[in-house]
Design a protein around this ligand. Structure first.
Ligand SMILES: *Cc1c(COP(=O)(O)O)cnc(C)c1O
Length: 371
């Protein structure tokens, strides 16, 4: 699905030098490399504060901790996302509440969002899924109307734009992931919280180092979630290439879409409000199993993000939100299929992938083999 090694080889010299600089300095916790990457990331995103942390999951948790979210609170998000979004809400003792998605963009539907709010709602977490922004203007309007802070889950959308602005800095906070396969990927776990709010930034900075400003004086409840110094050095090198990589992803996506023309397969919808950076190229198909079987036979990588919506996951099921509660998310789970998407994809690979999908989708008599 991704080719992280191929990308590394292209910039190996620079990366190796950056890593060795950290090794030679002996500074493995925070220090110059982290501060430099935070500054560069803030400038890139057009935000005042960028605070590195240990993962995208931690970024979500720390952002909610900065708002004091806990037992008795509701947090509204989408049921069609990676588990981290819901998991962190639940870990803090709050209740995940869902609003169904817009089936074209797979992101939270603003019209349904307002109906999902409760008097206990303490945050709204839209997810910029697959590299495409949620429709932020109506979301921010609803949030302002009820005085509820917005945390943008920007794990899959570093570099994506909404009406000319980089996502992540539109809500009160943005939570970013640098998991290796993300658009800006580290060589291990890494994440970041971004905000334009000074007080929130100060709180997040304390929370990630055990709730302290002065070492061994702990003012608030915190965690250990620093951005690793070696990862920061790697990310500083890679950040310079991100815009070029986003362009390559967009080019590959346009080529896929061209190759699918006339096939009847639903290709990704690019909302006119933004710039999709294709963390995933995800199609919708009705006979998915037959296509998956054909891809397995041909050893073509593919993935289903995600097979089960969060409200139906065993860990998060609640009697009031059973099957049928969020029909758009449930249908998306039955139909989505993500194809290989990365910066090293060749035209030949794309042609072979699309041929395999088209052949399988078009052959009505295909009998899937027993696995
Ligand atoms: C990857 C991802 C996360 C979690 O990021 P990690 O760095 O893996 O902890 C959170 N939300 C979404 C939507 C993601 O895709």
């Amino acid at each position: 699905m991704v080719d992280v090694v191929g990308q590394y080889r292209r910039i190996k010299k620079e990366i190796d030098e950056a890593i060795h600089r950290v090794l030679d300095s002996g500074q493995f916790i925070l220090g110059r490399e982290v501060a430099e990457f935070e500054k560069a990331a803030a400038a890139y995103l057009g935000v005042k504060h960028a605070i590195g942390c240990a993962s995208g999951t931690d970024a979500l948790q720390v952002a909610m901790m900065a708002l004091g979210i806990g037992p008795g609170d509701d947090v509204v998000t989408t049921p069609f996302t990676f588990v981290a979004t819901t998991e962190t809400i639940a870990l803090l003792g709050a209740r995940p509440v869902y609003a169904d998605i817009d089936p074209r963009t797979f992101t939270i539907d603003p019209a349904r969002l307002e109906k999902a709010l409760t008097p206990r709602t303490k945050a709204i977490i839209p997810v910029h899924l697959y590299g495409q922004s949620a429709d932020m203007d109506p979301i921010m309007e609803i949030a302002a109307k009820y005085g509820i802070p917005v945390i943008e889950d920007t794990a899959q959308a570093m570099g994506a734009e909404y009406k000319g602005r980089k996502v992540g800095g539109i809500g009160l906070m943005g939570a970013i992931s640098f998991f290796p396969s993300k658009n800006l990927g580290a060589f291990g776990d890494a994440g970041m919280v971004v905000t334009n709010d000074d007080a929130v930034a100060e709180k997040v900075r304390m929370i990630i180092v055990h709730g302290s400003k002065v070492r061994y004086y702990h003012d608030i409840l915190g965690v250990n979630s620093r951005l690793d110094t070696i990862q920061a050095a790697v990310l500083s090198v890679k950040l310079k290439y991100l815009d070029g990589w986003c362009r390559e992803r967009r080019r590959a996506a346009a080529r896929y879409t061209e190759l699918f023309e006339g096939s009847g397969i639903t290709v990704p919808f690019e909302a006119p409000y933004g710039r999709h950076v294709y963390h995933q190229y995800t199609i919708r198909v009705s006979r998915r199993q037959a296509i998956v079987d054909a891809l397995v036979r041909k050893k073509i990588p593919h993935a289903i993000y995600y097979p089960i919506p969060l409200h139906l996951q065993a860990a998060f099921r609640r009697p009031e939100a059973g099957e049928g509660s969020f029909p758009e998310a449930e249908q998306a789970c039955r139909e989505v299929l993500s194809l290989p998407m990365h910066t090293e994809l060749t035209d030949d690979q794309q042609s072979a992938i699309v041929s395999a999908v088209r052949d399988a989708a078009e052959s009505r008599s295909a009998v899937p083999p027993k696995s």
